[in-house]
Every structure is written in C-alpha cells, then in structure tokens.
Ligand binder design. Sequence first.
Ligand SMILES: Cc1ncc(COP(=O)(O)O)c(C=O)c1O
Length: 388
Amino acid sequence: MSIRLAARAQAIEPFHVMRILAQARELEAQGRSIIHMEIGEPDFPSPEPVIAAGRQALDNKLTHYTAANGLPELRQAIADQYDLCSNLDAARILVTPGSSGALQLVMAMLLNSGDGIMLADPGYPCNRHIARLFTAEVQSIAVNESTDYQLTAELVEKYWQKNTKVVLIASPSNPTGTMISYEQLSDIYHLLQEKGAALVVDEIYHGLVYGEKPDSALNIGDQVFVINSFSKYYGMTGWRVGWLVVPPDEFIEAANRLAQNMYLAAPTLSQYAALAAIGQEAKEELTRRRDVFHLRRDVLLPLVEAAGFTVRTKPTGAFYIYADCSEIADDSMALCETLLHQAGVAITPGADFGSYESNKYVRFSYANAIENLQEGMMRIQRWINDNQ
Ligand SMILES: Cc1ncc(COP(=O)(O)O)c(C=O)c1O
C-alpha cells in the first residue's frame, strides 16, 4: 500500500514564480545571463548592526527558546515604534516566525471550517492558500485601478456573504504596490464592527512607502489584527521574524495558546537581531535603502511604460509594478516563459496573484540594481522590437 497525500497537500497551488526562478537558475548554470525582476525580497543583505547583533547573540549562547510571544524587550521596542494617538500595549504583540507565522496564527484564531475570508484579487497568493489549509472559504473580490487595486467598504458590502468572518487588506499591496486610504480603511473597520467580523491588515510594506508615511490601522481602533515583518523594510527575509498585533484580552490569551502549540517561539537569534534592526544605528541605513527603492521605481516605471506595458495606478510602495501586457502578448504566463528564454529576463506572471484578468498582467520587481533594471528593460524592448 502506498502512502497517500492529504487532500489539502494535493490541492495547494505552487508559486509559478518559483518555477520561473528555477528555470532562470538552470539557464544561469548553463552560462546564460539572466536579469532578475521576479524576486520578492530586497537585494541588500541585512544591515550591519543586525548581523552584529545576531552574531553577538550566538557568541552569548542565547540558543534557547524565548517565551511563545517573543522577547519582552523586542515586543516593547515594536510597540514603541508605532506612532499612535494612544500607546500600544506590548501585551498585544506576538513575535512570530515571519509575517507568514502571524498570518497562520490569525487564521487559526479567527476561521472555523467553511467561514469566509474576503480578500482582493490580485493579492499575495499565500493569503488565500493558507486560508484554504484552514478549510475556510476564500472570497476573492476582483479589484482594479478604480479603487487602486484595494477593497473598499462598498465592495465589502456588495460581496458580503452570510459566512464572511474576516476581511484581509494588504497595503501597500503585493503585486500592485498600491495603498488603501486611511479613510477607506476606517470605513471598512466600522462596517466590520457592525457586522461582527474581523479586519486583518498586512502592513509588511509600510516601511517602504515613497510618499507620506501611512498611519497604521491600529490608529483607527483596537479591534483590528495587524501583521508586520522584519523581512522587507528591515532586509531580514532569511531570519524569519515578524509580528502580529491582536485586540486586547481574549485574543491575546488565545494567540499565546496557539503560538505555544503551533511553533513554540520565533527563532531566538533572529529576535535579538531584530531588536538591533529597530535601533537607531540601523535606521540611517534603512532610510537610505528606502530612498534607493524610491529611485528605482522612478527609473523603472517609465521604462516599463515605454516598452508598451500599461500601468494603471502608480505604485506608491513595496518594490513591485503590476503591468498590463495585453498590448504585447495574449497570455502573460507564456510571455514570462518566452522573455526568460529568449530575452534573458525573469518577471512574474499575473497568475500567481489570482484569477481576475491575471493572464493580462505581469509583475516587475525592482529589488535589483538600477543598471540591471535598465539592462532588463533594454532586453525586453529589443525582444518586442524583434517580435512585433
Ligand atoms: C504581502 C505579503 N505579506 C506577507 C509576506 C510574507 O513575508 P514574511 O513571512 O517573510 O514576513 C510577503 C512576502 O512576500 C508579502 O508580500
């Protein structure tokens, strides 16, 4: 008798971008030059003070578990960096293994089997995949440039179903880099308060916003679940450390019980390193890096448009540009494969982010040096000129 996979493991979808990345690595191993604009993580290493703090923690043999909700001094430092009207109680914060750990925790806390979770399509794929692992019903709502690719209170009301229990917003969004306004977010918050449903806001790209600094959803009220991470702005993807802020009391206690059982604690060395990431020494370097991302967006966006892609809402954060490629090709998945093999440029097909018109879209990541972005767009432009 052979061992059988559980239905959930059979059903979970892969990331198409991982296949593109694997093919890109194979081509590179054969000596081809590939420009990477598919990758969803900063190209910079972690800032030096972060690495030094991780090394110091190792030298100090800090290799035991922390409490399930994380190091108290890290939780306090996270609480202190929120610019809120009233102070954030550190008891509401749990340090998690990346924001992915926070996402799993929040879904475990809020979703019964068959409950609905509403989210935007296009959106970050793991959100819907993890919701399905928890046997929730994913209620994907098609969004477009008219709402900056974000949900609105009107859309939430329009598509509300009896079983809807959670609405998840990611701002800035992956793949569009666009943001929800504070007013819209407040309207959704108050609507969900009336309906007795939970609002989860993924603020992982909040540090990488190229205009006015956005307010956290925590400013609106305390009945909100906020996810964040040291991965993107702090450049610590591989350390696996993020956090979750939960509403007071009942949820703090439940989140702690779940964390104790699901992963015991976030990695200890990483938590010490994260403490240094929040510190003054790293701040200067992180601000400089954000300016570099800003500049890259300003260089890449016009090149993408000049090549014949349409960008309907200017991205204001993260490091992505979501572009309509239908003037260039009928099928974005095929275009990504062709550009990889024939032009030597890796980008991500829209299919990774949902099903709403996803075959018309691709995502460019500008987590790469300006010279490489320019070279990549030159190759794409040349391929288009030769093939149209
Ligand atoms: C919107 C969004 N949320 C969450 C994550 C997960 O990040 P991590 O688990 O590294 O914190 C990502 C990663 O790409 C993302 O884009």
